[in-house]
Design a protein around this ligand. Structure first.
Ligand code: NAD
Ligand code: MG
Length: 404
């Protein structure tokens, strides 16, 4: 056990990964303390977390939410400082009083603060895969140049990290990375009925409980498309040595095949607290609160090759991975816009891959070493393009969306 507790900033603490992280943290008060917590709009939940974990700093999205949180904290006589906005997120991620940063904001909104943590040389526990998809080369370079440590929280990448054993970028003898995918809620569904899928049906994942954006990504399998790109950067692996296999039970979280044809797999119940506990305590091992794997209750483990006609978003992700360019910025941005529109019931489920594919066709690609300004400009262009493509679709009724 470390003598002084690790001081954590948890970016996106009110989300699914954020709350799972705090669940693990609460089990080990001797190992971890919380320096900062951040949320976009969910002030009530953030306030409860402040009461429980007593951070020095809390960050929210804007001044209005900051004022509400400030008042609640004052009323409770809690000394937590309140800040708001993206610069404050970056400050929380790079502050001298924090050792480790859990990057668990969803989407491109998490890029700047994740990068700030890298540039400040922090230990980064990365859940925010979109940051790496958008800026892989830049991000990995920042980690190396500033002596940061990057540990994957995404279950597949955490599994691969564990199977690699000797370290993330030490790939000696590694032949292939095999990412498993559950196939989501529509693995067996009649393809002709996908047009009518509702947001709640798309978010009802058979094995994992997650935020709504990644749940839709799992249903379209864009999540795996983003993850192959994430794997490429994290493990410095060429596209042709990254594979996807469908494994509906979500017990094997991913595998590494070696030159001698040994295949190492990491198994566990589908609960994010396992990879979170692994990365938090690394290189130690601590209790995660997850139930032990019950082999007697496991009838069978099955595997199948993904059907790219059923999952066009995975096809697009694999295409962008092979193209070896930052079309991934467009892939990610157009997908975020399309998923948001689907969750608001403005477009159909089957419009998501159409919008992403058409955005990819409309927009130029960038070279891999593009600076951050170019990446952000490409992100903006892709969003505008995807929004225009959505406006060109037949009109559907707009719904308010739940905010975090
Ligand atoms: P979520 O929607 O449950 O939570 C997102 C968090 O980000 C919330 O705290 C929210 O307040 C914050 N946030 C949202 N928009 C923001 C903005 N514009 N500015 C600042 N903060 C903002 O999402 P999640 O499921 O916890 O996923 C978070 C990240 O982790 C995603 O990148 C996702 O792909 C990745 N991930 C999640 C899981 C999972 O099991 N949930 C697994 C692997 C990877
Ligand atoms: Mg994953």
């Amino acid at each position: 056990m470390s003598a002084t507790p690790q001081r954590l900033t948890i970016l996106g603490s009110t989300g699914s990964i954020g709350t799972s992280t705090l669940d693990v943290v609460a089990r080990h008060p001797d190992r971890f303390t919380v320096f900062a917590l951040t949320a976009h709009h969910r002030v009530d939940r953030l306030y409860e977390q402040c009461v429980a974990f007593r951070p020095a700093l809390a960050v929210v999205g804007d001044a209005t939410h900051a004022a509400v949180l400030q008042q609640k904290l004052r009323d409770a006589h809690l000394p937590t400082e309140v800040a708001y906005g993206s610069a404050a997120l970056c400050d929380a991620a790079s502050h001298a009083q924090c050792d480790s940063v859990v990057a668990a904001i969803v989407g491109a909104a998490g890029l700047a603060s994740s990068l700030a943590a890298a540039r400040a040389g922090k230990k980064i526990l990365l859940a925010n895969k979109e940051a790496l998809v958008m800026s892989g080369a830049l991000f990995i370079r920042a980690v190396a140049e500033h002596g940061a440590t990057l540990l994957p929280l995404d279950s597949e990448h955490n599994a691969i990290f564990q199977c690699l054993g000797t370290g993330v970028r030490d790939g000696r003898g590694v032949e292939r990375l095999i990412l498993t995918a559950s196939g989501g809620p529509f693995l067996q569904r009649d393809l002709t009925t996908l047009d009518d899928v509702t947001p709640d049906q798309a978010c009802a994942h058979p094995n994992w409980v997650m935020g709504r954006k990644i749940s839709v990504d799992s249903a379209t399998m864009m999540n795996k498309g983003l993850e192959v790109i994430e794997a490429r950067w994290l493990f410095d692996m060429p596209a042709e040595r990254i594979e996807v296999v469908i494994h509906p039970q979500s017990v094997i979280h991913s595998m590494v095949a070696y030159a001698d044809q040994s295949v190492l797999a990491q198994l566990g119940n589908p609960d994010m607290r396992t990879p979170i506990a692994h990365a938090l305590a690394y290189p130690d091992r601590v209790d995660s609160g997850v139930a032990p794997l019950n082999f007697a209750a496991m009838a069978h483990l099955s595997f199948q090759v993904p059907d790219l006609d059923r999952f066009p978003c995975l096809r697009l992700g694999l295409q962008v991975l092979r193209e070896d360019c930052v079309a991934s910025v467009t892939l990610n941005a157009a997908n975020e816009v399309a998923v948001d529109a689907f969750l608001r019931e403005q477009i159909r489920f089957t419009d998501i891959p159409r919008i992403v594919e058409q955005s990819l066709q409309c927009l130029p690609t960038l070279v891999n070493q593009a600076p951050l300004e170019d990446i952000l400009a490409a992100d903006e262009r892709a969003r505008a393009t995807a929004q225009q493509l959505i406006r060109d679709l037949p009109v559907r009724k707009a719904q308010p969306i739940a905010v975090h």
